[in-house]
Design a protein around this ligand. Structure first.
Ligand SMILES: Nc1nc2c(c(=O)[nH]1)N[C@H]1C(S)=C(S)[C@@H](COP(=O)(O)OP(=O)(O)OC[C@H]3O[C@@H](n4cnc5c(=O)[nH]c(N)nc54)[C@H](O)[C@@H]3O)O[C@H]1N2
Ligand SMILES: Nc1nc2c(c(=O)[nH]1)N[C@H]1C(S)=C(S)[C@@H](COP(=O)(O)OP(=O)(O)OC[C@H]3O[C@@H](n4cnc5c(=O)[nH]c(N)nc54)[C@H](O)[C@@H]3O)O[C@H]1N2
Ligand code: SF4
Ligand SMILES: [Mo]
Length: 717
């Protein structure tokens, strides 16, 4: 046995940020030990991070480039060299672009992975505006935009300073599992354990609702009305911070007038939350100081997405908790990310983005980021507004994570040339022409920094080992561009990382003079936090203030004051229940990890959660397999009962497929909740967001379900 080398690396088993020591012997990782001093985890780790060895050396991992040798979805693949992969792709993409225009190539990705900035750079350099994602428009974007339009910045919970939050609103988020879009799961758990009062707004019980001072079981999809109702109480009971409102806000009168439409009776009728509870929550919010906010993706996945986020974002500020120690603090203004080279895309090409009519997304009102996922896929099939002919997929099991999976299936059938990069084969991969092996964390050198983190730490992602011929997505983008004769703006990954660090050095003294070589020796840097920045610098908005009323929104055709468009789920005799989807699972990251045995053992089944009375009404016992049906189709999940849910609401888990079922289907349509969702139904007219929470459905027993006999025999082997 050789000598053991120990390498400290940032984990990306979720959005990431824990650091762990990887023990390497003879070129293989043999042990993983969480770093006790790392700023975001302090020695802690979850089961996903700890399964990295199992993931790296899993027998089903893709470790070589492959080309398909049979029909689409024939499951017949042949190993090829990277050289052949590059030349085939370069040739095919160039010929499609020459014939049909550069925009005929689309890109798709999943949630925020390490390669995201370079994913955009790749799209921009290729000359296509059509980079999309399963999370586009419904994950973080609406909250980011709410922050930008209101205060010119995103904000998060200040867990890290000497003063700790005295109360935390947890709205449409379950950070104790998800870690979600800002922080990891550790600090909220500490806060709950220490008895910090939590005001939780969630239709489903979880670890945080158990410890809540108040828990509002909101009807899915109606959070916007609840937020306005709470603002109304705060204003009418004099619970707003007069100094902050008078000196640092614009539009208080307009907000007051709008909120007045949301009296307690109206809000109770819309949201199903008893008015005494709304009152109690609002009074706590108005008196606990400092108070902060954890908010999640649940509030974004509706047609009221953007305005709901804006209303909720205002609550900690109105009550005097903006950028105070222990409060809702402004995060990094700009993350030190690789330059996405938006400038490489001409205006003419940019204007072709498939996101028609959504000003928040088509470049009219904010930087062009993502094309509309449903419409971009639709263009593969319908050719409207023009045909998408080629697709790059980097970290995206579209068939599982995009709304309306059957639609995605039909669109993927049409694509002429499809390059798919992942750790494992998936049902989406089976449509590809070329499949490429992606590097996991621990196999990549990079810099980690979440733009939205309240803690401004910068961490090192480090390459400890190489597995097979796996490469990072970033390396692929750079090399393919080189072979296509395109200017990628840098000739090595290290040059890009050093550029990021140089930019950080200009902004923070702590980073000055640090290049990637040096960062590797330091593992992480945590700059000193500054509070009350707005008092010296004002807000980075046109008025220089916190904009309760936003003139820019008005100019763009949106309501300048938060509003709620009450389009309730239409419950009918046929579809009498409200389904929400997606609540995160500790063992899985979206649709990932279903093939990792240690994790699957802990959470073997897709679960649909409901009140026992709901089950009884439809002939269902706990543990039964249940059909869940909407106008789109039906799927099956296993019943889990809790007395704590409203009898009219169920929650179905997302991301479920069965790797053990084998190619080409992998059971993609059996338990996949997106078979039931809509991508082109009601949409947020400003941002294009669509509804994944709050959908009318019905349930009934699946008496002849054989999934357990068919698929589960490998788990106890
Ligand atoms: N372990 C793990 N961590 C993850 C992920 C994962 O899959 N697994 N996914 C990552 C990704 S991509 C994201 S975006 C984040 C998401 O993480 P979060 O933002 O925390 O989102 P969810 O867990 O999907 O939903 C949060 C809560 O919203 C509740 N909810 C459902 N419908 C509604 C509603 O209409 N209103 C309100 N107020 N609440 C509702 C759910 O019951 C759930 O408890 O997590 C990230 N982290
Ligand atoms: N019904 C419903 N649908 C949802 C949601 C919901 O709450 N409800 N949530 C939505 C949200 S918030 C999001 S962000 C999306 C997430 O959707 P996605 O992030 O697309 O999630 P996955 O489908 O799991 O795609 C991840 C795939 O990428 C691979 N992968 C992981 N890391 C890398 C990498 O670094 N490189 C490469 N090449 N591959 C990698 C994994 O193995 C996996 O197969 O789903 C959305 N879909
Ligand atoms: S919470 Fe888990 S998956 Fe996420 S960074 Fe930490 S150990 Fe890794
Ligand atoms: Mo997400």
């Amino acid at each position: 046995m050789g000598k053991t080398e120990i390498i400290n690396a940032a984990c990306r088993g979720c959005h990431g940020g824990c650091m762990h020591f990887l023990h390497v012997e003879d070129g293989k990782v043999v042990k993983v030990v969480p770093d006790k001093n790392a700023p975001l985890n302090r020695g802690r780790a979850c089961v996903k991070g700890m399964s990295i060895i199992e993931q790296m050396y899993h027998p089903d991992r893709i470790i070589h480039p492959m080309k398909r040798v049979g029909e689409k979805r024939s499951g017949r693949w042949e190993q090829i060299s990277w050289d052949e992969a590059y030349s085939t792709i370069a040739e095919k993409v160039t010929s499609l672009q020459d014939k049909y225009g550069k925009e005929c190539i689309a890109l798709t990705t999943g949630t925020g992975r390490h390669h995201l900035p370079q994913y955009w750079r790749f799209a921009n350099v290729l000359g296509t505006p059509n980079a999309t994602s399963s999370g586009a428009l419904i994950c973080l974007g609406p909250r980011m935009n709410a922050g930008m339009f209101t205060a010119g910045v995103f904000a998060g919970v200040d867990y890290y300073g000497d003063v700790k939050p005295a109360g935390i609103i947890v709205w449409g988020a379950n950070p104790a599992i998800s870690g979600a879009d800002g922080e990891l799961q550790w600090y909220i758990k500490d806060a709950a354990k220490n008895g910090t009062p939590l005001i939780v707004i969630d239709p489903k019980p979880n670890e945080l609702t158990k410890n809540a001072a108040v828990w509002l079981k909101v009807k899915p999809g109606t959070d916007g009305a609840l937020a306005l109702g709470i603002i109304n109480v705060l204003i009418s009971e004099g619970l707003c911070d007069a100094d902050f409102v008078d000196h640092y806000c614009v539009g208080f009168e307009e907000l007051k007038e709008r909120a007045a439409e949301y009296d307690l009776d109206t809000v109770e009728r819309i949201t199903w939350v008893p008015k005494e509870d709304i009152l109690k929550a609002a009074r706590l919010i108005g008196t606990l100081k400092p108070l902060s906010l954890e908010w999640g993706t649940a509030i974004e996945q509706t047609e009221n997405s953007f305005q709901t986020c804006r209303a909720i974002y205002m609550i900690p500020a109105l009550t005097g908790n903006w950028d105070v120690p222990g409060g809702f603090v402004a995060s990094k203004e700009i993350a030190p990310t690789a330059d996405p080279m938006f400038g490489a895309l001409s205006k003419e090409q940019g204007d072709k983005i498939i996101s028609a009519g959504f000003p928040l997304n088509d470049g009219t009102m904010s930087p062009k980021m993502f094309a509309h996922p449903y419409d971009t896929f639709d263009a593969m099939k319908t050719g409207k507004p023009y045909k998408i002919r080629g697709l790059f997929s980097h970290a995206n099991n579209s068939l599982l994570s995009m709304a309306d999976s059957k639609h995605v299936f039909e669109c993927l059938k049409e694509i002429e040339f499809f390059v798919y990069m992942d750790f494992f084969m998936t049902p989406t991969a089976e449509f590809a022409d070329i499949v490429l092996p992606a590097a996991l964390w621990g196999e990549i050198d990079s810099v980690f920094c979440m733009p939205e983190f309240a803690e401004e730490a910068l961490l090192t992602m480090r390459k400890a080992v190489t597995v097979g011929e796996c490469k990072s997505d970033e390396e692929f983008f750079m090399e393919l561009c080189r072979r296509m004769g395109l200017d990628y703006g840098a000739s090595s990954q290290e040059e890009i990382l050093n550029g990021m660090l140089e930019e950080m050095g200009r902004r923070y003294p702590e980073y000055a003079g640090v290049d990637f070589e040096k960062l590797k020796t330091m593992d992480y840097i945590v700059p000193k936090r500054r509070y009350y920045r707005y008092k010296e610098e004002g807000f980075k908005t046109p008025s220089g203030k916190f904009e309760l009323y936003c003139e820019r929104l008005k100019a763009g055709g949106a309501d300048p004051v938060p509003c709620y468009n009450d389009a309730p789920v239409e419950l009918t005799e046929e579809h009498p229940l409200v389904m929400t989807t997606g609540a995160r699972i500790q063992q899985y990251f979206v649709s990932n990890n279903r093939q990792i045995k240690s994790l699957r053992k802990q959470a073997p089944f897709p679960l649909v959660t409901m009140h026992p009375a709901t089950g009884a009404r439809y002939g269902i016992k706990e543990g039964d397999w249940v059909w869940i049906e909407t106008e789109k189709g039906r799927i099956t999940q296993k019943a889990e009962f809790t007395e704590e849910m409203d009898e009219r609401v169920i929650n179905a888990q997302m991301g479920w497929w069965y790797p053990e079922a084998g190619a080409p289907d992998y059971g993609w349509d059996e338990s996949n909740v997106n078979v039931l969702t809509y991508g082109n139904g009601r949409r947020d007219s400003f941002s294009g967001a669509y509804r994944m929470r709050g959908i009318a459905c019905r349930i009934y027993p699946n008496e002849n379900c054989r999934i357990e006999e068919r698929y589960y025999n490998w788990i106890d082997e």
